[in-house]
Write a protein that binds this ligand. Structure first.
Ligand code: PMV
Length: 331
């Protein structure tokens, strides 16, 4: 038992090379497609959970501000942990991101991974990574990947109870320590949440079926590219998966267009660089930020090129990170 009912954890954001968009089951939050990601070293969430007998409701303090509007999702997540641990008290969740929140930079991935670890430890539970990942998935499917470091795959699975839908490490970061340069083109919060967007895409995009049907081939090619450290192949599949996902988003009714003009400008700049022989490719998620995946020897050239594009507000350059970890120092 954790006498203090308090624990702290750190988790990193992750960027999908083969994307996930769409749910096959809402209640357990099961994805309709598998995905493959890189865990990022420099984009972190640190979360402290304190179960406290004096509280009358759960509280969320995000980046130093009380967030009653976001606490419902956190509270629903904590309810499952309370039930398993036999706890009846509420908690204060204090969470800090070192990067813009809710702007397509996977803050929900690092957020729910850190929350799953901190909340279970605070409740006196000590879960295996696979169990922690399945729990994190229920908060945000991409969070299941942030429990692990390096290259991570999340499988779609087929079973209705979700037991074959799990994330696992494909390779350690030391296997192929790629770099990621993120071009921030807007720090505004996104207007449509991903769950709402995914449900709408499945219902209305004429391309949704092809997206799902072509996924197994992308996953298989990406596994090979990573195993063989074949950057050309990784780049081709990464961009193709990103563009397929955005085609589904754009053809959703009403349409989901997450890019701005600077996003498109950066795509052209990075494509031109690759034509010159630079080991780089781009990917974007449900937001306008451009993530350039690159070979370590080309990272500074990529960073300089992205910095010189008008409208780029900030650049975050980082390497690959480790999985979620429990922090002993609870402050
Ligand atoms: O963060 P989630 O679980 O709501 O899903 C977002 C999915 C994308 O970031 C758009 C793609 C991906 O695979 O990370």
């Amino acid at each position: 038992m954790n006498e203090t009912m308090r624990a702290k954890a750190r988790a990193h954001a992750n960027i999908a090379l083969v994307k996930y968009w769409g749910k096959r089951q809402l209640k357990l939050n099961l994805p309709d497609v598998g995905s493959i990601s890189l865990t990022l070293e420099g984009l972190t969430t640190e979360t402290t959970v304190h179960f406290d007998l004096r509280l009358t409701h759960d509280r969320l303090i995000l980046n130093g501000e009380e967030r009653p509007e976001d606490s419902k999702r956190v509270s629903e997540f904590l309810a499952g942990i309370r039930k398993t641990a036999g706890l009846s008290c509420f908690a204060t969740v204090t969470s800090t991101n070192n990067f813009p929140t809710g702007a397509g930079l996977a803050s929900s991935a690092s957020g729910f991974a850190a929350l799953a670890l901190a909340a279970t430890r605070a409740a006196g539970m000590d879960l295996e990574d696979a169990e922690l990942s399945a729990l994190a998935r229920q908060g945000s499917a991409s969070a299941a990947r942030s429990i692990f470091g390096g290259f991570v795959e999340m499988s779609r699975g087929k079973k209705i109870n979700g037991e074959d839908c799990n994330a696992y490490q494909l390779a350690e970061r030391e296997h192929w320590p790629l770099k990621v340069v993120v071009g921030i083109t807007s720090k505004a919060r996104k207007s449509v949440g991903s769950t709402e967007g995914m449900l709408s895409s499945a219902k209305t995009s004429p391309f949704y079926k092809s997206w799902v049907d072509t996924h197994p081939a992308d996953l298989s090619s990406m596994r090979d590219a990573i195993a063989e450290k074949d950057f050309g192949r990784l780049a081709e599949i990464t961009e193709s998966s990103c563009l397929k996902m955005h085609s589904v988003m754009m053809s959703t009714r009403p349409s989901l267009i997450f890019w701005n003009g600077v996003t498109v400008e950066l795509m052209h700049v990075l494509t031109a660089l690759r034509k010159e022989g630079v080991g780089v490719c781009y990917t974007m998620d449900a937001g306008p930020q451009v993530k350039a995946i690159c070979l370590p020897e080309h990272a500074s050239r990529v960073e300089d090129a992205m910095r010189s594009v008008a409208g780029v507000e900030d650049i975050l350059a980082t390497g690959m990170g480790i999985g979620a970890c429990h922090l002993k120092d609870v402050s």
